[in-house]
Design a protein around this ligand. Structure first.
Ligand code: URA
Length: 210
């Protein structure tokens, strides 16, 4: 396993991913599978979140009981496919504030151009979980994380559904402090930057565009 990468190999994740890959799976089923996998990935990426005790009363007596401090982390979706992954995560951590980053690639310069950026305040105090289903060339993820660091984020994690060794290398070299969580590491990129065997264009499959 490459350093800094966690592959979530739970049978439920792998089973659902297989059906997401299958080309005949229609968008409504693709979206629900993505949401279910997102929930399971969120479970893994939040495994070591800090807990603080609060006082509650059970029907029998008062007690100190642990809760996650929702102010201490946030979710950031890289538009547009990130929103598919975001949904399941929001179900699991409904109090987490959510940010969005929109980037497109200039076809001539290949530079990532930002067209949207709205993120929660006090990023420096939060664990910042960035989500995008496909970590392919890695350029968008690198640009998004660089921008989040400029905005103050210091403690980041990246969650995707699929990646390839090329994408992992690019992201880990640019941001070695950012651990990656994924459901699978596929073989390689094709000449158009698509993951092989992959699942096609995640945004198109989520939203039924083509
Ligand atoms: N983005 C996608 O949606 N699919 C890929 O295979 C690569 C990048």
């Amino acid at each position: 396993m490459p350093e800094g990468v966690t592959v979530v190999q739970h049978p439920l994740v792998q089973h659902k991913l297989t059906w997401m890959r299958a080309k005949e799976t229609p968008s409504p089923l693709f979206r629900s599978l993505l949401k279910e996998i997102a929930l399971l990935l969120a479970y893994e990426v939040t495994r070591d979140l800090k807990l603080t005790d609060m006082t509650i009363e059970t029907p029998l007596q008062p007690m100190q009981s642990p809760v996650i401090d929702g102010k201490k982390f946030c979710l950031i979706s890289i538009l547009r496919a990130g929103n598919g992954l975001l949904e399941g995560m929001m179900d699991l951590v409904p109090n987490a504030p959510v940010g969005h980053i929109g980037l497109y690639r200039d076809h001539e310069t290949l530079e990532a151009i930002e067209y949207y950026f709205k993120v929660p305040g006090n990023l420096e105090e939060r664990l910042t979980i960035v989500v995008d289903p496909m970590l392919a060339t890695g350029h968008t993820a690198v640009a998004a994380i660089t921008r989040l660091k400029q905005a103050g984020a210091k403690n980041l994690r990246f969650v995707c559904l699929l990646t390839v060794p090329e994408g992992i290398k690019v992201l880990r070299e640019a941001h070695p402090d950012v651990p990656i969580f994924t459901a699978a590491i596929d073989e390689r990129l094709n000449e158009k930057g698509y993951i092989l065997p992959g699942l096609g264009d995640a945004g198109d499959r989520i939203y039924g565009t083509k």
